[in-house]
Design a protein around this ligand. Structure first.
Ligand code: SAM
Length: 266
């Protein structure tokens, strides 16, 4: 699929839940969030059928994200359902890693190729503070399990405030070097104000080369992270929603007043 700006759209990011077991300060408010009703969340059959249609239209790369994807019940089953779709060349997941110790092997067996794990600091106190409740040792265990399960390359997503020379970022980089992990530095963004920048070490943020569509857990297909535009796949039908999202995909991001990172998946 090509959009109006001749960008080839071949990457689908699927948010499977708006729930998370952490409350990272830059991502999700600690309280007062109105979570989706159960019946509004796409079923695994719906997600798989939609992904099948997307793949038939040219998607070759799929990432499962959230919220925290590993808190959704039966996530391994969903991975196996998506992995069974013919034509996906790259199937990955973004997770905070805290539950990966128990899931990594099953995810690999289900057909997941590789994984990105979020880690902004290796300092236990700072980690607990940033995430408002996380234990960094759970993430270390998750990383170890991912390597053991061969979910490679394991890449770390590290959110920075200003630069990758900040103390925490330097320590995470050294941790990655020692453990043979990839690293991507993501400058803290604000969807509502439209502050975004390129991802250092990744492909995000380059609007002129953007190849992505994003599906929220309640079935809204979004052509751009920094835009309110969205297409309801249940109302429009899968094929039509995809066509409309690709047709309208904006040249570049502006701002998004409807979503937070936690319900669109980053
Ligand atoms: N729960 C999973 C996790 O923690 O990786 C997946 C969802 S999370 C929204 C996906 C990515 O978005 C994470 O790497 C997270 O650090 C990043 N993220 C969340 N809020 C952000 C913000 N305000 N600016 C930049 N990146 C952000």
């Amino acid at each position: 699929m090509f959009d109006r700006f001749n960008r080839q759209i071949n990457y689908l990011r699927i948010s499977v839940t708006d729930r998370c077991n952490l409350r990272c300060r830059y991502c999700m408010p600690e309280q007062g969030i109105k979570l989706l009703r159960h019946e509004d969340i796409l079923t695994y059959d719906e997600i798989t059928d939609f992904t099948g249609v997307a793949v038939a239209n040219g998607i070759t790369k799929v990432r499962i994200t959230g919220g925290e994807p590993l808190v959704r019940k039966g996530i391994v089953t969903l991975v196996s359902m998506i992995a069974a779709i013919d034509g996906i060349k790259d199937l990955s997941m973004t997770t905070n890693g805290t539950l990966l110790g128990q899931f990594a092997g099953d995810l690999h067996n289900a057909g997941l190729h590789r994984i990105n794990i979020s880690l902004d600091t290796i300092d236990p106190e700072k980690y607990a503070n940033i995430t408002r409740k996380g234990n960094v040792n759970d993430v270390f265990r998750g990383i170890e399990a991912a390597i053991k399960a061969n979910l490679v390359p394991v890449k770390i997503n590290c959110v920075i405030r200003e630069s990758k020379s900040e103390k925490d970022a330097l320590e995470v980089a050294e941790f990655c070097r020692v453990n043979g992990l990839g690293i991507r530095f993501i400058k803290e963004m604000d969807l509502s104000r439209g502050t975004f920048s390129v991802v250092d070490g990744g492909s995000g943020g380059h609007c002129s080369a953007c190849n992505r569509l994003r599906l929220t857990s309640d079935g809204k297909l979004k052509p751009c992270l920094f835009n309110d535009e969205e297409y309801d796949i249940r109302k429009l039908g899968y094929e039509r929603a995809i066509k409309m999202a690709v047709e309208i995909k904006p040249e570049q991001g502006m701002n998004n007043l409807k979503n937070g990172f936690y319900n669109i998946g980053g």
